[in-house]
Design a protein around this ligand. Sequence first.
Ligand code: MTE
Ligand code: MO
Length: 396
Amino acid sequence: MRIRWRSPIRGPWLTSVFGLVLLCALPVVIVTGLLDWVAYGSGSIPGDVGGLHLPRFDWPTRPAWLFRLTQGLHVGLGIVLVPVVLAKLWSVIPKLFTRPDRDLLKLAERGTLVLLVGGILFEIVTGLLNIQYDYVFGFSFYAAHYTGAWVFIAGFVLHVALKLPTMVRSLRSRSLRAELRTPLAETRSEPPHDLVAPEPARPTMSRRGALALVGGGSLLLAGLTVGQTLDGPLRATALLLPRGRTAPGDFPVNRTFEASAIDARDVGDSWRLDLGNVRLTRAELAALPQHTAELPIACVEGWSTQQTWSGVRLRDLAALAGVPSPSGADVRSVENGPFAHAALTADQVLHPDALLALRVNGADLSPDHGYPARVIVPALPGVHCTKWVAAIGFAR
Ligand SMILES: Nc1nc2c(c(=O)[nH]1)N[C@H]1C(S)=C(S)[C@@H](COP(=O)(O)O)O[C@H]1N2
Ligand SMILES: [Mo]
């Protein structure tokens, strides 16, 4: 076979630099992703994941920004690392074209690469598609992304175990500071190695150039992503997130009233909140003691925002329903479909800031934000902050 991969900067040192970045950052993406799965509530996630369920524990309600942090880190860091992942794949590409060894250990090592590379590419593609448009696949995103995560985690752990000594040795073989001072003209190949081209071409980019390119790509993505979690003018810079953009003065809307296909009459004067034993009009709800709290909405798709919500405490509604210490609650929306029901834990119902909100930022909720009433609970993933609430069933 003709030697096609002739870049002189490919070699164990460059691969190891990218590897070190990923070794430090990917565990954060993995752990926050698994936490997001728990927060979302393994019971209510569409799609079956068989034996891969994590041990279940109640997602805390304190601090209120907890899910905002875990979800923001998972999605944000996941996006920012894409150039590093691609660069690392580029740096090892010749290896994928060498004939596999007969050596059993080497064959096993190849097998782990299938999990590692297949896993991460699958996670990147499904993750990016999900934050663009929900449910574009024929399968459940949550089940697929979660199952794919375990495939990747298996590959990642094995790969680190097999390659860590090589990485450390390679990083020691050259000085980063010296490399950052080496211009194109003085760029030479590393000593012979699997990853080093046997007949290197003339360099077209120095190693520091390659690092700057990848780092610059990550910075650019970071710049296009931070706006997802910032309230204020920078929100408009969140170019990777269509639904993160919003009308001036408003905050993001995941699904508009129009898209919900709700009949306007069902949220008009005839609307009642059904608590089982009582049915309340909006005016009756507004006449109950009102509580105001600054709470974030953090969407599983990456954006988040903090707003000032007012309404009736869920625990007051539980008492009204005759269940003062509920073991949980089922919230039903006027809307049918994937958002028709949400399950809340006892802590989520009883937290003093857990609200059935009637107002946001001093004004009645707009139809898009869930008029006549919506749920808002500290640290609860946005997806469970049900809009256009029809009924709440408090469990004894
Ligand atoms: N009934 C209903 N409730 C819903 C949704 C929905 O589509 N329908 N979207 C959920 C999602 S995914 C999020 S992130 C929040 C967004 O609330 P907002 O549109 O008011 O910002 O509402 C949640 N509640
Ligand atoms: Mo969401």
